[in-house]
Write a protein that binds this ligand. Sequence first.
Ligand SMILES: CC(=O)SCCNC(=O)CCNC(=O)[C@H](O)C(C)(C)COP(=O)(O)OP(=O)(O)OC[C@H]1O[C@@H](n2cnc3c(N)ncnc32)[C@H](O)[C@@H]1OP(=O)(O)O
Ligand SMILES: O=C([O-])CC(=O)C(=O)O
Length: 375
Amino acid sequence: MAEAKVLSGAGLRGQVAGQTALSTVGMEGAGLTYRGYDVRELAAEARFEEVAYLLLYGELPTKTELAAYMGKLQKLRDLPQALKEVLERIPADAHPMDVMRTGCSFLGNLEPELDFDRQRDVTDRMLAAFPAIMCYWYRFSHDGKRINCVTDEESIGGHFLHLLHDKTPSELHVKVMNVSLILYAEHEFNASTFTARVCASTLSDLYSCITAAIGSLRGPLHGGANEAAMEMIERFGSAQEAVEGTLGMLARKDKIMGFGHAIYKDSDPRNEVIKGWSKKLADEVGDTVLFPVSEAIDKTMWEQKKLFPNADFYHASAYHFMGIPTKLFTPIFVCSRLTGWAAHVYEQRANNRIIRPSAEYIGVEQRKFVPIERR
Ligand SMILES: CC(=O)SCCNC(=O)CCNC(=O)[C@H](O)C(C)(C)COP(=O)(O)OP(=O)(O)OC[C@H]1O[C@@H](n2cnc3c(N)ncnc32)[C@H](O)[C@@H]1OP(=O)(O)O
Ligand SMILES: O=C([O-])CC(=O)C(=O)O
């Protein structure tokens, strides 16, 4: 059985900061579970919408419930005209995570959560609308095109690819998007989820919680690592170059993005799944560089530092092979993790006490005020 990582020190590591019934991370043997289900089984068997329902509504849906849920989400996809106008004003060189933050926040101005009893409907609206927020801005700012935000794609992953590429995506790509959205959906008290819970604990509205969480996910030590990993992989022309480059980065004590984890000790259970799909996509496009480069970095990191790829590393090549621009990688994570964030907000609200820890004071002793003319 796997040993749990020894957790102590800075960054609140190892401290229990609350309770959850949503997921377990790095528990002996189990890796990652959502409401008791192994994520690898969910990724192999389920639709993302089923997993979203599991997290948000408490149990896996029946066939009828799933059909009704998917129908509901499909009807909620279009964006209000005022939001489209705001997205059109955001420059092409803005970071898409900033676009998501603004899009989420502005939707909250137009359709505020006036009553916590509506929290599930508000989440479903965001789940349906987020792919269009990302793609409407991207296609308008990069291609000068005002896209139709509604498609006839059944799944959220397929809908996103259709909006982005303006065509029906292949079955393989829809499948990989589905797996990816499941893998990213929920992960206990990670930094962005904890942000959402802190915000929820003040009894703030759901849009504020999600906007705050988007801000936390943006950083390269968290969700932004998939984008940073892609930028690194692309720099190498061969596996040999990648080995030499990785050794050089390690010698300079650079952080290698997409490796290591705050909780997992020797592997991230999501990695083997997305790595397998990345390989299938590499074969589909006839790649002979990016996948071997990724594997060479992976091998060197383990040999040199016993550091393993986390969920973000092979997501980079997988998304790239599907023709997704690198800067949209982290916003896809948002479209998925929204489910985990919202489910944590509901949990926080159901048993709330404002989250307000204490700090150890390390400043100067108490002293007398000195008037400005005497300083
Ligand atoms: C979906 C996600 O959000 S997964 C995380 C995505 N983030 C990344 O991939 C960014 C790169 N990785 C990292 O920065 C870190 O591994 C984190 C932020 C994920 C976890 O941080 P921590 O819990 O502090 O890591 P941990 O305690 O295991 O670090 C142990 C040692 O390994 C080093 N280390 C950890 N990850 C890396 C890395 N990716 N590259 C180089 N060195 C690393 C640390 O600097 C530390 O060294 P030190 O003892 O000399 O200071
Ligand atoms: O749990 C963490 O610290 C980061 C992570 O892997 C995630 O949020 O998916």
